[in-house]
Design a binder for this molecule. Structure first.
Ligand code: SF4
Length: 358
């Protein structure tokens, strides 16, 4: 059995469904379990903005669950402070999930909380979450302006009321996020890595990756996802704490990964956002896969380096069989004098490579 399944493609429903079919989910989820799906409905912006979970990902999870005999399914979320959860559900197309599948869309802001003390930290958590038998966490893989990464662990912040969300910020986020993940267990993770934001949890600068990541361990999935944004796990405070608290296993080369459709990775499309366009100007891109290109763009963003003229970074399948003086990222550019191998390389590897290449 694999620790993590990664699938690539632009047909979001199919990519998600295939990832689940090849994952361990069916092997340990009981048919009579009550499942709570927790998407990221942070604010009233469509998934194409890079902020919110695609409804197609959740639709594929619902159909997969039904096909393996699991019928007690609900979706639950509380949007960020001051946001109307029902409005976010509507803008993100989740109302259609209710009409098509009859799955309840719970606005946690309308439900009761309970105080839970974990170690020396007490916090209010929605009872729905505390009583949930099996939580499937469905975050967006995106950056966060304070914690660098927001993915599975931070997505549980939607299980606490607005007053507690504010208090988490006053407590520095990292410790309360780790403690929340001890109080409420994610049973399975399905990461929406289709087009998460490059630098802000509220969207606006999406970067296409066209990938779905399925795993049982949220710490493993999050530390892997950190590397896709250019970070080491130790650069994310709550991941360091999760490791110390034994909430899961940090990603390393011993993790068993199944990669599906690796030879059919979708190609990059022109960027819409100003930041991504500016970073793209430092690259010489020819037929690059979106997952490879996103690694380069995230690394450039994180490192704040400048490349221009003949120093522009070469990337993409159009460079296969070519070479000479120059900087290239990915196996396709292995003919160039400075090259980082990988297909795709991870953004943290690209970041380290670029620091040494300047
Ligand atoms: S190295 Fe080439 S084939 Fe591999 S992911 Fe990058 S662009 Fe795609």
């Amino acid at each position: 059995m694999y620790d993590m399944v990664i699938n690539y493609g632009t047909d979001i429903f199919r990519v998600t469904y295939e990832a689940l079919e090849n994952s361990s989910l069916a092997s340990f989820l009981k048919k009579d379990a009550e499942v709570m799906i927790k998407p990221n409905m942070v604010m009233a912006k469509p998934p194409s903005s890079g902020a919110t979970t695609h409804a197609e990902v959740v639709a594929a999870i619902i159909e997969f669950l039904r096909n393996i005999g699991v019928t007690k399914i609900k979706i639950a979320e509380s949007a960020s402070v001051g946001e109307n959860t029902k409005a976010v559900y509507r803008i993100c197309g989740f109302d259609n999930l209710f009409s098509k599948y009859g799955v309840e869309l719970v606005d946690l802001k309308q439900t009761k909380t309970k105080t839970v003390k974990t170690g020396d930290l007490a916090m209010e958590i929605y009872e729905e979450a505390l009583n949930a038998e099996f939580i499937i966490n469905v975050p967006v893989l995106k950056a966060h302006c304070q914690t660098n990464l927001t993915c599975n662990m931070k997505n549980l912040k939607g299980l606490i009321p607005d007053s507690e969300k504010r208090r988490f910020h006053s407590l520095g986020l990292h410790k309360p996020i780790a403690v929340l993940n001890k109080a409420v267990k994610t049973s399975f993770c399905v990461v929406d890595g289709i087009c998460g934001d490059i630098n802000f949890e509220e969207g606006g600068n999406p970067i296409e990756r066209n990938m779905i990541i399925a795993a049982a361990d949220p710490v493993l999935a999050d530390s892997y996802c950190a590397s896709l944004l250019g970070y080491e796990a130790k650069e994310i405070g709550y991941l360091k704490l999760a490791d110390e608290m034994a909430l899961g296993k940090l990603f390393d080369n011993s993790a068993k990964i199944l990669e599906l459709n690796a030879d059919k990775k979708p190609q990059v499309k022109p960027a819409n956002s100003a930041i991504v366009k500016k970073l793209s100007a430092m690259t010489d891109e020819k037929d690059a896969c979106s997952v490879c290109y996103s690694a380069l763009i995230c690394a450039l963003h994180k490192e704040g380096l400048t490349f221009s003229g003949d120093k522009k970074i070469k990337i993409g399948q159009g460079f296969r069989g070519k070479g000479g003086e120059g900087i290239g990222v990915g196996n396709c550019t292995k003919g160039f004098s400075k090259n980082l191998k990988g297909c795709p390389p991870k953004a943290n590897e690209v970041a380290k490579f670029l620091r040494n290449a300047v």
